[in-house]
Write a protein that binds this ligand. Sequence first.
Ligand code: DOR
Ligand code: ZN
Length: 354
Amino acid sequence: MIDTDPNRLVITRPDDMHLHLRDGEMLKAVAPISARHFARAIIMPNLVPPVVTLGDAVAYRERILRALEGSESPQSFEPMMTLYLTETTDPEDVAKAAASAIVKAVKLYPAGATTNSQSGVQNIDAVSPVLDRMAELGLPLCIHGEVTHDEVDIFDREAVFLETVLDPLRARHPELRIILEHVTTEEGVDYINGAAKNLAGTITTHHLMINRNQMLAGGIRPHYYCLPILKRRSHQEALRKAATSANKRFFLGTDSAPHTASTKETACGCAGCFTAPNTLSCLAHVFEEEGALPNLESFTSLNGADCYGLARNSETITLEKASEPVGYQSHLSVAGSERVAVFDPSVPLYWRVI
Ligand code: DOR
Ligand code: ZN
């Protein structure tokens, strides 16, 4: 909803449909930041060891809620849990998880695709009984959609996954509800748009803001290294179009993924951009650039809830456009000594949540 004032925007409080909160001290540092603006988030299960069973998810959810106790967040925050799919996942545990109301999805990581995906799926046929059960239950499958074979170029891994893994999987399980996470290519956007049913996609903040030039031209910037890797500008443009068009099939999953600066600024750095602190400023910037501010709310606050079959949030947040660029902290301290770099939008931002 646009206020009469063009520099103010009031929207339904958003949900982040793909978030990494980690554990321990990192969890304590980052959870209150997401809770400040977001009502709910789909919490990724790629801890070490991963969140595999309903019992794991219940315990992790408790740790998240404890990390938020005493934080300044004025409103409640609901962590919506996911289970990490393995080849030994028990369909009956998944059924209990679906009935528990705290688990909202199961996450498929192809083994080796990204951070802590070693326990992921190598042989997709091995998980067919779980997927059949999920289809019966209506429990969505969130997918990290990249193949991992050495012979496939890293920039092609999403497009090859669509053809060689996702398409056959959808043919075998037509009733399974699937969310293709962090779509990064025009092929991904087209594939989702072309599906008859049961398919949606999340898009991250950073894939809307930057492309591979910002990561690699004029110097290598490890804080822009994420997976799926940033693609060329034409793909960024396709993502911008999908996100800003109010198309019901696309919604926000920030994939905010904190790593300490020392594990990113090194010879073999970790993948992930920590966008939780300035995501909404970045998104307002993108939507304004695309002439689509009235569609911001669909992307951040409505389409995701509708896709997951959740009630829409009743509270609102207000964004305001300042005449000077808004400042923000460049780093977050974790347990005093470690630091996490906040996503650098690479352009001045003027919108902020008030
Ligand atoms: O960039 C990423 N970071 N992509 C992922 O898929 C995982 C995430 C993480 O957990 O660090
Ligand atoms: Zn992720």
